[in-house]
Design a protein around this ligand. Structure first.
Ligand code: AMP
Length: 397
């Protein structure tokens, strides 16, 4: 069965077509600048040449129609007709407390996703637009929602409650939710497979280090803590997000610079993180690794914050069997992994295998056989995870 995986943002849409039985990627692509001038679709058919079309996309429905046209194009397409798409898996950012796993989309599910829009005002409405565009263009094809927050719903209340008046949790559901759940789920399962151990008996720490970054603690097959919070702003230092911060800083900047809370939130989301600490050098770790003082400053702060979360989660689980690195930085930057492990994790009995740490693009154990705690690099594959969950639900139906 072919599964179309859709990741719909406010002005962009990423898609992959995956054969659920062989798990092969049949095609992938991206629509950019939806609703803005200069929109275009980039399509990568299987092993064929990439096709780029500059074409007007006033809305998401037009974008999805262009995706379906590209998939079935006589010359460069990969499908004879749309009947060959068995189901669509949608990445949905926030499922609140309503969704602890993926689910087939019904009118009630859409209503529940809409009800979570308060918690993710930029993402959930855009995700729903993608769902409704697909429903309109592919009537009768099952749609599945896979939530970024679902994997973390197993956290106990001592991990998800903020130490603010309890009434705010009761009234508004203000709490830690966590994100990147599909990635943490996928990587932690792959880690167990790579270690040849049962998922249910392991204590794992997964470091998803990309432009957005989060750590999770997975004990006996369940997420027990994670660093992102009610929104993705909390936790690690990220590309442009501050991560953890004394909340009093917000009031202080507001007073000093006569800024509104909204303006400061925008600074914390878009101008902070390694971009901010490096004095505006870059949010991209490849640029920070250029030997400059500004880059070094940002990298050291990033490594320390990450190591502190690893330490906290080792404590929260009373031990750790393996630490996994994934996403753009975690998969590609041997120096960042080295900085974290060599500078801070010796007390866990970790000894890096420096040669294995240089490998890229494959699942690898990067510690020596003697290392007491294992460290793994596992390329994440959120789209494949969404396709798998979609297939599992549709096959049952
Ligand atoms: P992601 O959000 O997972 O797509 O990760 C994107 C980020 O990964 C980029 O912004 C870079 O900071 C980082 N990245 C990608 N390739 C490399 C690399 N070869 N070395 C260091 N960082 C990288």
């Amino acid at each position: 069965m072919n599964i179309l995986v859709i990741n719909c943002g406010s002005s962009s849409l990423k898609f992959q077509l995956i054969d659920a039985e062989t798990e092969e990627l049949t095609a992938r692509g991206l629509c950019e600048r939806i609703g803005i001038s200069g929109s275009r679709i980039t399509f990568f058919p299987g092993d064929g040449e990439k096709v780029v079309r500059e074409v007007s996309m006033p809305d998401h429905k037009t974008a999805i129609q262009l995706v379906l046209d590209a998939l079935t194009d006589e010359g460069t397409g990969v499908l004879a007709d749309l009947g060959q798409i068995g189901a669509v898996g949608h990445r949905i950012v926030h499922g609140g407390e309503a969704f602890a796993q993926a689910t087939v989309i019904t009118p009630a599910v859409k209503e529940a996703i809409r009800a979570c829009s308060d918690l993710a005002p930029l993402h959930n409405p855009a995700n729903l637009t993608g769902v409704e565009a697909c429903e309109a263009l592919m009537p009768g094809v099952p749609m599945v929602a896979v939530f970024d927050t679902a994997f973390h719903q197993t956290m106990p209340e001592e991990a998800y409650l903020y130490a603010i008046p309890y009434r705010y949790y009761e009234k508004y559901k203000i709490r830690r939710y966590g994100f990147h759940g599909t990635s943490h789920d996928y990587v932690s399962h792959r880690a167990a497979a790579l270690l040849g151990r049962s998922y249910e008996e392991l204590k794992l720490i997964v470091c998803h280090l990309g432009n957005g970054a989060s750590v999770s603690a997975v004990r006996n097959g369940k997420c027990v803590d994670t660093s992102m919070g009610m929104t993705p702003l909390e936790g690690l230092i990220m590309g442009t997000r501050s991560g953890d911060l004394d909340p009093a800083v917000i009031q202080f900047i507001a007073d000093k610079e006569d800024k509104s809370i909204g303006e400061i939130m925008s600074i914390l989301n878009k101008e902070s993180g390694v971009l901010g600490i490096s004095g505006g050098l870059s949010s991209d770790f490849r640029d920070l690794e250029n030997g400059s003082l500004e880059g070094e400053r940002a990298l050291h702060a990033f490594a320390l914050r990450t190591a502190k979360y690893i330490g906290a989660y080792a404590a929260a689980m009373n031990g750790v069997d393996a630490i996994c690195f994934t996403a753009g930085v975690g998969e590609n930057s041997a120096s960042v992994r080295g900085m974290i492990c060599n500078s801070y994790l010796g007390y866990l009995g970790i000894t890096l295998d420096e040669e294995a740490n240089q490998k890229r693009g494959c699942e690898t154990i990067i510690t020596t056989p003697e290392s007491l705690t294992k460290v793994l690099v596992i390329p994440t594959n959120e789209e494949l995870a969404i396709a798998r969950q979609t297939y599992a639900l549709v096959r049952q139906a």
